[in-house]
Design a binder for this molecule. Structure first.
Ligand code: PMP
Length: 304
């Protein structure tokens, strides 16, 4: 279960954790048209810092723009509210969940006059796929569910309802004894995990899927930037599931999942079954960056 914190920001005001409620006829609750973000704040030697706050808030507003939802708050106000939320809850490290949703008022599918609401919750949340997953790797299963096609739902937006597809895939994977699902796109190429982008390493080249039908992951973007600086060749190309099977290394990236090594896919051990040199290098670099120990990337951190 979630670790509770004290206050949640709702539409400009802080309310007690257990008072952060909505009406049962909240439009988003019924039809899924709402957008959200997932952000992390890490403890550093100079206090707590939010990782790539600007990019996350920017993606939240892009999601709103795609979905034609207009919050009454500007990006600046949301960024400040995020920082205030961390401060008021006195958290060193936390996960941050901004949500823009359609409130109570209209019940038809056409949401023209639905009030637009915004909430920000923060709470302590450790490694999403477990510390063990980060260190020793997780087991993936190719999902029987296909990832969204760009003209079924638009994949540049983090839309609430899109996550039903993720839940179905994740639940199936866990039911079959795996840790996480890997979804293919409608053409049959590898797309992404239920909430993570994927990278593979073959012959020293780092490959990740193009952004066609996957979320523009901020961790993905960070990993590409880090790899380029480390002179690791990176390619954004389509690849098939069997190329994942024969990769030397595989890892998933995401705000919740951070950089998680994959040791097995569909019963095939990946490489030597242990984090390989590229995964290890990028993991170490990533955790040093988020914990404020690498000055070259200090522009990625917003101190509280
Ligand atoms: N794909 C999906 C479907 C996701 O939900 C997430 C998590 N936001 C990601 C990829 C990774 O994105 P990020 O690195 O920005 O968290």
């Amino acid at each position: 279960m979630i670790k509770e914190s004290k206050k949640i920001w709702m539409n400009g005001k802080f309310v007690d954790w257990h008072q952060a409620n909505v009406h049962i006829l909240t439009h988003t609750l019924h039809y899924g048209l709402g957008v959200f973000e997932g952000i992390r704040c890490y403890k550093t030697q100079k206090g707590s810092a939010v990782f790539r706050l600007k990019e996350h808030v920017n993606r939240l507003f892009n999601s709103c723009h795609i979905m034609q939802i207009t919050p009454e708050f500007q990006p600046d106000k949301i960024s400040r509210a995020i920082i205030e939320s961390i401060k008021i809850n006195r958290l060193d490290e936390c996960y941050i969940r901004p949500l823009v949703y359609l409130g109570y008022g209209v019940m038809g599918i056409y949401p023209k006059d639905s009030p637009v609401k915004v909430a920000i919750a923060v709470w302590p949340w450790g490694a999403y796929l477990g510390e063990e997953g980060i260190k020793n790797g997780i087991r993936l299963k190719i999902s029987s569910f296909t990832r969204h096609h760009v003209n079924v739902s638009m994949t540049k937006s983090k839309t609430c309802g899109d996550y039903v597809n993720s839940i179905l895939a994740k639940r199936e994977a866990v039911f079959c004894g795996y840790d996480e699902a890997l979804l293919l796109d409608t053409a049959g190429y590898v797309a992404e995990g239920s909430g993570q982008n994927i990278f593979i390493v073959r012959n020293g080249v780092l490959k990740t899927t193009p952004l066609t039908s996957v979320l523009e992951g901020i961790t993905r973007n960070s990993v590409i930037a880090m790899a380029q600086r480390e002179k690791i060749p990176v390619k954004e190309v389509n690849f098939s599931r069997d190329e994942v099977y024969i990769a030397d290394e595989v890892f998933l990236t995401g705000t919740a999942a951070e950089i998680t090594h994959v040791r097995e896919v569909d019963g095939r051990i990946i490489g030597k079954g242990k984090p390989g040199p590229v995964t290890k290098k990028l993991q170490d670099l990533f955790f040093n960056i988020v914990k404020g120990r690498n000055k070259s990337y200090k522009s990625w951190l917003t101190y509280i």
